[in-house]
Write a protein that binds this ligand. Structure first.
Ligand code: ADP
Ligand code: MG
Length: 212
């Protein structure tokens, strides 16, 4: 993993790209949730991330930590579904781990996100293999020490790996064996969020970072 410092603008860029991706993919997320849930995951995520971008514009935070804490708070207060408090906790806990520094290293972000993912597991009482967002998030944060791209690949693979799993947590668990054969919506949105993290890291405010 590189040593480029990540400033507040990097995190603003990440969540702005993430909000656009969530908006674009909302129908697919809701479709996945209609198979094993209550068909609202895309709507929930869209509402939450719209509130995040609005809050970031209205009251621009001055540090990466403050930005993530504010974003997490928005998700908790605007998303009714289980995913709101879970993603909100992920961002808030990560933000708290980053403290008040003006910039953080990728290694510090990886550590922070690992604390955030641990908080998600604690809040939801779930572990990898339960067919939840953790099946994408845990491999992603484990691969973060390698690179953002490796984390994005691990999250995508983790989301795909939920297809043959039987859900043991959340609404999908009510279906028992009938939850098998469907990709978990939350693992899918997690893969999307990690993919946009890699996109934010691979781009500069001026445009994509290309060699030469
Ligand atoms: P709801 O299930 O309340 O309708 P969403 O549809 O927005 O909320 O989100 C569903 C997703 O939340 C699931 O696909 C799963 O990934 C995640 N999820 C649900 N319960 C848990 C849990 N206890 N731990 C971790 N993730 C969970
Ligand atoms: Mg739902």
């Amino acid at each position: 993993m590189g040593s480029t410092a990540l400033d507040t603008d990097f995190f603003r860029r990440w969540l702005t790209i993430a909000a656009a991706a969530v908006d674009r993919e909302a129908d697919r997320l809701t479709e996945l949730d209609s198979a094993i849930g209550d068909a609202d995951h895309g709507t929930n995520m869209r509402r939450g991330f719209a509130a995040v971008t609005e809050a970031l514009e209205k009251d621009p935070p001055r540090t990466p930590g403050a930005l993530l804490v504010l974003a997490g708070r928005q998700l908790i207060s605007t998303v009714g579904g289980a995913s709101g408090p879970l993603y909100g906790t992920l961002l808030r806990r990560t933000g708290k781990a980053l403290g008040e520094a003006a910039e953080v290293t990728p290694g510090q972000l990886a550590e922070g996100l690992r604390a955030g993912v641990a908080a998600v597991a604690q809040l939801g009482g779930a572990a990898a293999g339960d067919k939840t967002m953790l099946d994408a998030l845990e491999p992603a944060v484990a691969a973060l020490d390698e690179s953002f791209e490796a984390a994005a690949r691990a999250a995508e693979e983790g989301a795909l790996a939920t297809v043959p799993m039987q859900a043991r947590k959340g609404r999908a668990s009510y279906l028992g064996e009938r939850s098998i054969g469907h990709q978990d919506p939350g693992a899918t949105s997690s893969a999307l969020l990690i993919a946009t993290l890699a996109q934010a890291a691979g781009s500069t405010p001026e445009g994509p970072a290309v060699a030469g």
